[in-house]
Design a protein around this ligand. Sequence first.
Ligand code: AP5
Length: 218
Amino acid sequence: MPKIIVLMGAPGAGKGTQARLLQERLHLPQISTGDMFRALKEAQTPLADEVRVLMAAGQLVPDDVTIRVVRERTAQEDCRNGYILDGFPRTPAQAAMLEQLAIEQGNAIQAIEIRMPRELLAKRMTGRRNCPVCGEIYNIYFRPPRVDNVCDLHPQTQLVHRADDTPETVEARLITYEEQTRPLLDYYQAKSVLFIVDGTREPEDIYRDIEKAVKSEK
Ligand code: AP5
């Protein structure tokens, strides 16, 4: 049965980093609602204005909007053999929708929590830099590019610092996570589909554990 791999964990835990490795090595599409909303907020529409304000405040985009974009994206042909969700679901309503979607699509849900102590998360986010061309994720403390602030894969491209990676917004995002998203871990635990990995290790070590869980029959 194809799998929906749900990467969970606090902001900065390493979901995007692991989702990119899974996409590259298992050839499954990575669906990041955060990336989709970052693209959406560049438009000149009332919805883009709303998303911009919410993201800047570290709050969640409304469920109806989020559910619609995920439903549309996962209906595409490349999701036929399963896919990776990075940053979805984040609320009980989103989890309920995903349950329904999995039934409709004939997929099994495999949730993976990348567990990180809260005190280590801020540095992950404030040090993060992204390539605006390929999305590669760097970190000035933990994974610096070869040349200062330039993508290793796109030597003409300066890296960018995400607008929501400021200390104030990071704090607000962590609070939003604790209040609205963390309870979903209990939900998946109760369904016996949650696999927990220690996110404090090297990305390759974390990846090995995740791949094992993804390839298991459970
Ligand atoms: P989103 O983009 O999903 O952000 P997030 O959940 O806050 O997660 P991050 O992207 O900050 O962190 P990550 O876990 O992916 O870590 P990464 O791999 O980059 O969401 C942004 C916003 O969009 C939300 O606040 C909300 O407004 C909206 N939104 C999104 N989804 C939504 C939804 N479903 N419903 C409603 N609203 C939604 O790693 C972080 C850093 O650490 C990087 O610099 C990386 O290089 C480094 N790093 C990673 N792994 C390691 C390691 N093992 N060791 C050392 N460094 C590491």
